[in-house]
Write a protein that binds this ligand. Structure first.
Ligand code: XMP
Length: 530
């Protein structure tokens, strides 16, 4: 984020040394209602100072301080006078740069431990004499820098928690941010409230106000177009932009013919009728389905759908310009294109070994819009984590059915019909999918899982109905839990619920005589079947 975009309230910066928990640290701090931002490990001290944070947290990381190419910090940060909390690798770096001694033990201490308090520390105020903690480290501090003292030890480590209260430098060998350190949140609260003196200013109410002001400043009197998919991110983006700039926003909703049952009705009702957002509904089902005719390869299907979407979207923009401005056929009516990019997409992640890999997806998301359309981007929720986007959505008045809906892939039902996509197959899958969703909701399971859906396998098998022999298709149920879609496991759904779904599908959906339950995890399987 550019310095000019900085919010006015107090903030904690997290220097990322590549820990798998860096984002968790950022979220824990935000749960304290204090804004946090992740920055690169090698951000120069002068830049860090200019960002005016009230405290710094040095994350853990997979490296040893002695590794060749281990990510190094600008040691200047230790004399900025800003309180610093080093976690695991962060502590090692602090000790290393301040002339303590760090040794590489060659063994990783990994797992649960107990921290015994050795001295009173502001960091552990209110936490008693011992704490359950979670370790994951290879290096160990064996001699403290001058001015430091021990405040906590574990069985395996004499320097598990250390501090130099004069310079406000603190270090923890263990991970306070993970759930396995049950009272870790209180440690982080002590750090942000009592040591860094941050106020609880980061609330979704204040975010919405600030983000609206920022959008108004960015777009002035110009117009903004947004591709609304009905997913959480684009929906919250639409609601926020509408609050900020009203009718300067136009949303385009494309029906690609691959949506769930009644999806187009829900989106038009919520955004058009309830929010009175200017919404252009484009029914391009025929265009997509005719392009997909005869196509069976999953990658080909995805490519065709992606390319067609760009064309339809482009046509819709030109069309909007034409209908609103009489004869002029130009997209210059819309100077801005809005996107629901989230914070995890804009963080530059650090790969193991210290080579920062730039993983900035936001530009890819504009994905393929022709250069001649050169839009400027508006990304009002790019500071938010997914759970924060949901909170913002609720605060903006979006219904729970939108805010907490399960993810749905861009290529839609096409990747849930194996082989060729036909109108008949779509109709079968839609009916089965509706049954899965309504039974999951009725049993209070819908919001507890990551995704629950039906997949149509055009594999015919023999069945019997009444006295009749049938030879029909199979529906596979896919019900998974996941944190982020990267890994997943199948959910141990009660048998009664599985039985109800299966009975209803076999009895009510013409063309299906068998239901199977997918019990594969990701990896090695994927969540979607194509
Ligand atoms: P896979 O099947 O790769 O899916 O395990 C992981 C998550 O991503 C969703 N998904 C997509 N989302 N466009 C999307 O917006 C896509 O092309 C796409 N493919 C998969 C999937 O539903 C799951 O949540």
């Amino acid at each position: 984020m550019k310095t000019s975009e900085r919010p006015r309230h107090s903030k904690i910066l997290i220097l990322d040394f590549g820990s798998q928990y860096t984002q968790v640290i950022a979220r824990r701090v935000r749960e304290c209602q204090v804004y946090s931002e992740i920055i690169r490990f090698d951000t120069p001290a002068a830049e860090v100072a200019a960002m005016q944070s009230k405290g710094l947290i040095l994350s853990g990381g997979p490296a040893s301080v002695y590794d060749k190419g281990a990510p190094q910090v600008d040691p200047g940060i230790f004399s900025l006078g800003i309180p610093i909390l080093g976690i695991c690798y962060g502590l090692m770096l602090m000790a290393h740069h301040l002339d303590g001694r760090v040794v590489f033990t060659g063994r990783r201490e990994y797992g649960a431990g107990v921290l015994h308090m050795a001295n009173r520390s502001e960091l552990f105020d209110g936490l008693g004499n011992q704490l359950d903690v979670w370790n994951s480290h290879g290096d160990e501090v064996t001699a403290l820098p001058e001015g430091f003292r021990v405040v906590g030890t574990t069985d395996g480590c004499d320097f598990a928690a250390v501090e130099d209260p004069q310079r406000k430098l603190y270090g923890l060998q263990f991970h306070p941010e993970v759930a396995h350190t049950p009272r870790g949140k209180e440690i982080l609260q002590n750090f942000v409230y009592h040591i860094c003196h941050c106020a609880m200013e980061w609330t979704m109410g204040s975010f919405i106000e600030e983000a609206s002001a920022r959008v108004r400043k960015q777009v002035g009197d110009d117009k903004v177009v947004l591709g609304l998919s009905g997913g959480v991110d684009s929906s919250v983006t639409a609601a926020l932009l509408h609050k900020a700039i009203g009718d300067q926003l136009t949303c385009i909703f494309v029906n690609n013919g691959l949506l769930r049952a009644r999806e187009e009705e829900i989106v038009q009702r919520v955004f058009g009728e309830n929010f009175h957002i200017k919404l252009k509904y484009v029914d391009a089902s025929d265009r997509f389905l005719s392009k997909l005719r005869g196509v069976t390869d999953p990658e080909d299907k995805r490519k065709i759908i992606g390319n067609e979407f760009i064309r339809v979207f482009e046509d819709a923009i030109v069309d909007l310009a034409r209908t609103d401005d009489g004869a002029s056929v130009s997209n210059h009516k819309f100077r801005f294109l809005a996107q629901g990019t989230l914070y995890p997409d804009v963080i530059e992640s650090v790969s193991i070994g210290g080579n920062p890999a730039q993983v900035i997806k936001s530009h890819h998301n504009v994905g393929g819009l022709p250069d001649k359309m050169h839009f400027e981007l508006v990304e009002p929720v790019r500071q938010l984590f997914k759970d924060e986007v949901r909170q913002a959505g609720l605060q903006l008045g979006l219904p729970k059915e939108i805010v907490y809906r399960q993810p749905f892939p861009g290529p839609g039902l096409a990747v849930r019909i194996l082989g060729e996509v036909t109108p008949e197959r779509l109709a079968i899958l839609r009916e089965a999918d509706t049954i899965v969703q309504s039974e999951m909701e009725a049993a209070d399971w819908y919001y507890k899982v990551w995704q629950s859906f039906a997949v149509l396998l055009p594999v015919q098998s023999v069945g019997v109905m009444g006295d009749q022999r049938t030879y029909e298709n199979t529906i596979a149920l896919r019900i998974v839990e996941s944190q982020d879609g990267m890994t997943a496991d199948w959910v141990r759904i009660p048998y009664e619920l599985l039985a109800r779904i299966s009975n209803r599908i076999c009895n009510e959906v013409k063309g299906v005589n068998r239901v199977v339950f997918d019990i594969s995890s990701k990896p090695p399987s994927t969540i979607e079947w194509e």
